[in-house]
Design a binder for this molecule. Structure first.
Ligand SMILES: NC(=O)c1ccc[n+]([C@@H]2O[C@H](COP(=O)([O-])OP(=O)(O)OC[C@H]3O[C@@H](n4cnc5c(N)ncnc54)[C@H](O)[C@@H]3O)[C@@H](O)[C@H]2O)c1
Length: 342
């Protein structure tokens, strides 16, 4: 029997999540090999490449895209660069895995779609919660009709800390944090579309940064075209760890997914029962990140495996943009005015 083929992957943007994805590609994802890393900050790509025994390091993503060894790219640069990098990677004929969001506007998503279609390349977006323990199983229960008609859905992201409020770009809570929850709600309400959103947000963790545009706490209500009402909620500072959970309640039952216990260890003592909690996405989502990168690799190697693409990127971003409009007006926003009518 012949050896399974390996996908040669290049990573663009070696920051916090890029370093984690790089390590998973280099050491954990089957049939993937990390062959190049690019980051514009001098020394950043070279240091990570040395640590992971990756043969090539570049300061310009264009050099990585011109490297004939690279068959596929993982884009983990800051969000505002994603659309342009996807266009360049598609033009270079690379399969593309892009961290969320794929763009900052719906026009950006149109550009992504045009690029991947014009060049016939694979595109996947990093909505990792679809691969997190409990979430695909919850969707399977819902698809089997076991919760009946979906009526109430909820999804929560609570990050463990806000280290540097000054570095958080305005609207990040919707465009980069709650976008996971919007995708989760879409995933757990198959076939339905969000039609209206109402967002309430504030800077409760670091109020002194509110005038600079910081929003660190938000609740979003979403009405869907199958009648279901959903809520998404986020905080940038949960004292107890990294907390991501979802729930779908219907006429016939309910499913929940997500758990912040770090392990099955329970300490039983004089004060009660204690459970360690996960403290970072790179800890609790390690399996999900591996799963999404594996599905991408398998698909790029010709063994199709499900994962979110351009439409999922568009559907979640549309809700995020609706939230921004809702915050600006203080009123519910019909999503057809932010592109639902496409
Ligand atoms: N799916 C998840 O759970 C998850 C978690 C964290 C971050 N993210 C997403 O990943 C992206 C990166 O986030 P991060 O926290 O790692 O950011 P980061 O700032 O830690 O890292 C970004 C890296 O990209 C580099 N960079 C800057 N401009 C670039 C360019 N034009 N081309 C290539 N590289 C460039 C920077 O030098 C830096 O090393 C964001 O879109 C974010 O929303 C996703």
């Amino acid at each position: 029997m012949s050896e399974p083929r390996t996908l040669n992957v290049g990573l663009i943007g070696a920051g916090r999540i890029g370093s984690s994805h790089a390590e998973l590609i280099a050491r954990t994802v089957p049939n993937a090999q990390l062959v190049a890393i690019a980051d514009p900050v001098e020394g950043v790509a070279a240091r990570l490449a040395e640590q992971l025994h990756v043969p090539a390091a570049y300061t310009d993503p264009a050099q990585l895209l011109a490297d004939p060894q690279v068959e596929a790219v993982v884009i983990t640069a800051p969000a505002r660069f994603h659309t342009g990098l996807v266009e360049q990677a598609a033009a270079a004929g690379k399969a593309i895995f892009c961290e969320k969001p794929a763009g900052m506007t719906l026009e950006d998503i149109d550009r992504v779609q045009q690029a991947v279609e014009a060049h016939g390349v694979l595109f996947r977006i990093g909505f990792n919660r679809r691969f997190a323990d409990g979430f695909p199983q919850a969707r399977a229960v819902i698809e089997a009709g076991r919760i009946g008609t979906p009526q109430l859905l909820r999804s929560t992201t609570r990050d463990p800390g806000l280290a540097n409020p000054a570095a958080v770009a305005p609207w990040t809570i919707f465009l980069e944090t709650l976008i996971h929850d919007f995708d989760t709600l879409n995933f757990l309400n198959p076939g339905a579309r969000a039609v209206q959103v109402y967002a309430v947000a504030d800077a409760l963790v670091a109020p002194e940064y509110k005038d600079a545009g910081l929003l660190d706490t938000a609740v979003v209500t979403i009405r869907c075209d199958n009648g279901a009402i959903a809520t998404a909620e986020a905080s940038f500072s949960a004292a107890y760890g990294y907390d991501t959970r979802a729930e779908a309640f219907g006429s016939g039952g309910m499913v929940t997914a997500g758990d912040l216990a770090a392990s099955t260890l329970r300490y039983y003592g004089p004060e009660g029962i204690a459970v360690d909690t996960v403290r970072a996405d790179t800890q609790s989502m390690r399996g999900a990140y591996t799963g999404e990168l594996q599905a991408f690799t398998d698909t790029a190697l010709g063994h199709p495996s499900e994962g979110p693409g351009v439409e999922a990127a568009r559907d979640a971003l549309r809700i995020a943009l609706g939230c921004i409009a809702s915050c600006r007006t203080g009123a519910p926003v019909a999503l057809d005015v932010v592109g639902a009518a496409r």
